[in-house]
Design a protein around this ligand. Structure first.
Ligand SMILES: Cc1cc2nc3c(=O)[nH]c(=O)nc-3n(C[C@H](O)[C@H](O)[C@H](O)COP(=O)(O)OP(=O)(O)OC[C@H]3O[C@@H](n4cnc5c(N)ncnc54)[C@H](O)[C@@H]3O)c2cc1C
Length: 508
């Protein structure tokens, strides 16, 4: 028998997804779309008795690719999820109380003669000339003014480079994807998994048992059971790498509220640092999502609710939703015939909104390394290696926000200043502080623009700049920066307010 015939006979015939949160339904929708309805059976089991985390409402621009793969109509999707648009994240009080900066999606200025823009800006900035870096970012300037539109087909204009993501209601998003998946043949089963049966011969998962006694067998199991990690940890005891030494927040309380009347609908997420931890604000069409991410070592649950409600702008909606976790990742997110996707695979921290992206990225890797019943170990090892590298870069980027701070007004921030970060992150910070140099490594998620925005925003200051900047005269640099600045300001003037844009195209 040829290898290809063997592979065909060996194909995966049944996939079971355990869990119907965002991870479960994102996975189900992508698999049903890509595999079609004839390749194999896909069944998703979710339990009404166990609620989803119901957070995860801010995204990063990569999600547009996920929507494209599904073939989703973007206006319909925004409408049905009470969504809004996101051009970046505003960080308030992270470096010092009263300070703030924007991490925008999209470049600052434009590179000149193959040298990154920010080196020219740095030279002038070091002489006290010109506006802040943020003023050279179309996304940041538009975000602060409450403006939004999709990229325009206008040649070199910065309006053709608009890069955006979404805010949406997590519960409505899961429902949207559930309808999408069920329409494409995914079987949805309501039931609680109470037991997982593992084969003696090879330690693979053979089936799961529901509370009503039903046995559900499959070739491939996807664990989307959230922090419970029912299959990957509960059954397979895969192990966990704990990252709380550098990511100390381990609790959150979420509580949406009504928006202020006639408030501008700002197209950005806000992350406001507190004495310990930080508060998010996510503006949707019908409400504002709020949550306080805090370290249990310094803040009790009662205090957390008090701090959050004091800072909320409108009437709270519903009861506080408490979430608990340990930051870190599963030692292997693919073990035997089980792949953990979503919170079951680990959790870095909600700062920088990477949760849903990591789900999307896991699905992409699964598609690239899709197994047959034989499960080649090299495929599994490759998946795990890629996941590990990806997460370690994201971890460094998030740790940077805590480490690079001048705040010393609480034990929490003093601890953050003192913590030992990875050698790689330390090297990145040192390299930037010397001559402002920044590299994106190994195709890591966050690019140079993001590293620059956060390193500059968090108060790291280079002592020099790229020496080749001096090839241009100072007058020429000033002239070019002034030109870029005015192009950006004028471009933003032509953009509509986000509220008007939504009213026109995608009002819920
Ligand atoms: C505080 C916080 C804020 C976040 N903010 C963001 C953000 O802004 N942006 C972002 O991208 N990500 C964010 N995330 C991450 C994001 O919320 C998650 O990645 C996403 O919601 C996926 O969750 P999940 O589906 O893995 O888990 P869950 O939502 O917990 O779903 C688990 C599912 O498993 C089911 N289940 C569990 N046990 C059983 C059982 N025994 N039998 C049957 N079913 C079972 C449950 O019923 C549920 O359907 C945040 C996370 C947290 C904790």
């Amino acid at each position: 028998m040829s290898q290809s015939t063997a592979n065909r006979q060996n194909k995966i015939k049944k996939i079971v997804i355990v869990g119907g949160g965002t991870a479960g339904w994102m996975t189900a929708s992508a698999l049903s779309k890509i595999l079609g309805s004839n390749y194999c059976d896909i069944q998703l089991i979710e339990s009404d008795q166990i609620s989803t985390v119901s957070v995860g409402e801010a995204t990063i621009p990569q999600i547009s690719l996920f929507n494209k793969i599904l073939g989703i109509d973007e206006n319909d999707f925004v409408k049905k999820t009470q969504g809004s648009f996101k051009l970046g994240i505003e960080f308030i009080d992270w470096t010092k109380k009263g300070g703030g900066y924007m991490h925008p999606f999209g470049d600052h200025g434009t590179n000149m003669d193959a040298i990154q823009f920010h080196h020219y800006w740095l030279k002038m900035h070091q002489q006290g000339k010109g506006p802040d870096l943020e003023e050279y970012s179309l996304a940041a300037v538009a975000a602060r003014q409450g403006k939004f539109m999709r990229p325009q087909n206008r040649g070199n204009s910065p309006l053709s480079q608009i890069n955006y993501a979404f805010h949406f209601d997590a519960t409505l998003y899961a429902k949207y994807l559930r309808d999408f998946s069920v329409e494409r043949g995914v079987t949805r089963t309501e039931g609680k998994v109470v037991n997982v049966s593992v084969r003696d011969s090879d330690g693979f998962i053979d089936s799961v048992y529901l509370e009503n006694g039903e046995r559900v067998a499959a070739d491939l199991f996807i664990d989307c059971s959230g922090f419970k990690a029912l299959l990957i940890e509960g059954a397979l005891k895969t192990g966990f790498d704990d990252w709380s030494d550098v990511l100390p927040c381990d609790r959150a309380v979420a509580m949406p509220c009504m928006p202020k009347e006639a408030d501008v609908l700002h197209p950005y997420t806000q992350a406001k640092a507190q004495k310990a931890g930080w508060i998010w604000r996510i503006p949707l069409q019908h409400r504002v999502g709020n949550g306080y991410v805090y370290p249990s070592k310094f803040v009790s649950d009662e205090e957390a609710v008090k701090i959050l409600t004091e800072q909320m702008e409108g009437e709270p909606i519903g009861e506080p939703n408490f979430l608990r976790w340990t930051t870190g990742v599963r030692k292997k997110s693919w073990n035997k015939n089980c792949i953990a996707i979503g919170l079951s695979a680990g959790f870095v921290e909600p700062l920088e909104s990477t949760g849903l992206h990591l789900i999307q990225s896991s699905i992409a890797k699964l598609m690239a390394l899709f197994p047959h019943q034989g499960f080649d170990q090299i495929d599994i090892d490759t998946y795990n290696q890629q996941t590990k590298t990806e997460l370690e870069y994201i971890k460094d980027f998030i740790v940077l926000h805590y480490k690079a701070t001048d705040r010393d007004d609480s034990e929490f921030w003093r601890d953050c200043q003192q913590m030992k970060v990875s050698d790689r992150l330390q090297a990145k910070m040192d390299l930037y502080q010397k001559n402002g140099r920044i590299y994106r490594e190994d195709n890591e998620l966050f690019n140079e623009t993001s590293w620059l925005a956060v390193m500059h925003g968090q108060g790291l200051t280079p002592s020099g700049y790229h020496p080749l900047v001096d090839v241009l005269s100072e007058e020429e640099i000033e002239r070019r920066l002034q030109h870029i600045y005015s192009v950006i300001q004028k471009s933003v003037e032509t953009m509509p307010m986000q509220k008007d844009f939504i009213d026109k195209y995608c009002k819920a």
